[in-house]
Design a protein. Structure first.
Length: 132
């Protein structure tokens, strides 16, 4: 019960942070907001932001598996990394974009998630992004 409550709190905080930061990163091409999204993803998967974002896709998956929360947060992480890749592409950083997209796909493959599937709590944000 406590573990479930903890995960719900972590996911709620993630959604709150990512909702605003991802929109700014994509729509305004704001690097600081993209970095804020990266920090939120790292917190979601219970890693230091610098470590999490520098890991190879396979290593990121292993760390998520070891944390024991990967199944619960994989869809959120894969979605956010995939959309973050879009943001980096718009900013012209195709190298980081490719890394984020590869990380998203590795998470999706390992945990049976779809990086293109929008988590329910982020559907309003996604709708706003698609119309802009």
């Amino acid at each position: 019960m406590l573990h479930r409550d903890y995960l719900l709190d972590v996911i709620e905080q993630f959604v709150s942070t990512v909702s605003q930061a991802l929109a700014r990163a994509l729509l305004q091409r704001d690097l600081d907001s993209a970095l804020e999204v990266e920090e939120a993803i790292a917190e979601l998967v219970q890693l230091d932001p610098d470590t999490a974002m520098s890991l190879s896709p396979e290593s990121l998956v292993v760390m998520m598996q070891l944390s024991g929360t990967g199944d619960a947060v994989a869809g959120y992480a894969a979605y956010a990394l995939n959309r973050l890749a879009d943001s980096y592409e718009r900013m012209g950083d195709v190298g980081i974009a490719a890394m984020r997209r590869d990380q998203a796909q590795a998470i999706a493959d390992a945990f049976g998630a779809d990086p293109n599937e929008v988590p329910e709590e982020l559907r309003d944000v996604e709708a706003r992004l698609r119309t802009a």
